[in-house]
Design a protein around this ligand. Structure first.
Ligand code: BCO
Length: 320
């Protein structure tokens, strides 16, 4: 369905309705169409990661190269029923740090199309990703983009940045928006609506997030941010609920209809991410965008199913 959405011939209204019907499951179907994708998994010797790889192999999403302890990996692959697949290779690494470096190098050298985090601390992997000699920098800000399917909610909710940029400044927020817009477009949301979140919907000089949000909205209006609509500051309720926006008398093309929620910092983003998973039973697929290749940065909070969706999102966005 998502492939159909990319065709320019689809009328906008129909396109919007189809996007709204989309489920993360449809990303798995789309990823399957992408030929010959290879994913390098850093420190893959982790039960949940191997479970996600097993699911991905079952769905024929691509080829996997697992970096880590050969013996432990061999055992886990057998336990999870992966030994029967030919699309999986193991490269031995003596330590978690070496596994991260080897996996990142493989993507750097175009031997793999996407990187996946295994049993390695997030900061260790990201430091390898940012390494000047063998990393995956592409001259842009790298940022985390999470696509949520929330039960009873009619459209995807995209949250950024919940996991990489700790306290982004205005310039970094512009690039974080650009990265999220490019992921939204890769899954068929042609002109996403971006809400720059704050605690209130009015500009308050004592709350820096409201100043950045207002600047971002103006930058989009002046053409400095493209392929999307941006409004802010918006509080979470009036970003996602038309009734709440109406109640506050907010006149905006974004309020109540946001596709992308730009959070002010990593704390608010991470808590929103985990609240959606734990309190709202949301499903999620997430990647780090802006690098030479997409990166799957899974969290312990994610189910194996969510890890599969993240892999599908990475494969879909690597193909664009
Ligand atoms: C939501 C589910 C998943 C999770 O819960 S994940 C858990 C939460 N996430 C984390 O713990 C990671 C948070 N981020 C960090 O720890 C750090 O920002 C990170 C990514 C490790 C980078 O730290 P450092 O290596 O100390 O970075 P630094 O500020 O000294 O900069 C070193 C060089 O890298 C560059 N850099 C840092 N962040 C970047 C970015 N986002 N995009 C592009 N380039 C970036 C930075 O400009 C600097 O470059 P240069 O050496 O000056 O050329």
């Amino acid at each position: 369905m998502a492939q159909f959405l990319h065709k320019k011939t689809v009328p906008h209204d129909l396109q919007k309705r189809l996007v709204q019907m989309m489920k993360l499951e449809s990303l798995v179907q789309e990823a399957r169409q992408c030929q010959d994708r290879t994913v390098a998994v850093a420190a893959a010797e982790d039960e949940e990661v191997i479970e996600a790889v097993a699911m991905a192999l079952e769905h024929r999403l691509g080829r996997f190269v697992l970096y880590g302890d050969r013996e432990r990996l061999g055992r886990l692959l057998k336990e999870k029923g992966c030994a029967r697949f030919s699309d999986v290779d193991v490269v031995h690494a003596n330590s978690i740090g070496q596994a991260a470096e080897l996996a990142v190098r493989a993507v750097h050298l175009n031997e793999a199309d996407a990187l996946m985090k295994g049993h390695v601390p997030t900061a260790t992997l990201l430091k390898a990703v940012l390494n000047k000699e063998y990393g995956l920098r592409a001259g842009k800000v790298l940022s985390h983009v999470a696509v949520f399917e929330v039960p009873e909610f009619e459209r995807f909710v995209i949250v950024t940045d919940a996991a990489m940029n700790i306290a982004p400044d205005l310039e970094q927020k512009v690039q974080i928006v650009n990265n999220a817009v490019s992921i939204a477009r890769s899954i068929g949301i042609e002109r996403p609506k971006v809400a720059a979140l704050a605690a209130v919907e009015t500009v308050n000089p004592a709350m820096p997030a409201t100043l950045d949000a207002a600047a971002l909205a103006m930058m989009q209006k002046r053409g400095q941010i493209e392929h999307c609509l941006v409004d802010g500051p918006l509080a979470l309720d009036n970003a996602v609920s038309l009734a709440a926006a109406k109640h506050k008398r907010i006149e905006s093309e974004v309020a109540g209809q946001a596709d992308i929620l730009l959070v002010p910092d990593i704390e608010s983003g991470n808590m929103l991410y985990k609240s959606l998973v734990y309190f709202a039973n949301a499903r999620v697929g997430a990647v780090i965008a802006g690098a030479k290749a997409p990166i799957v940065l899974t969290s312990r909070a994610d189910s194996a199913e969510s890890k599969l969706y993240s892999l599908a999102l990475a494969i879909c966005s690597a193909a664009k």
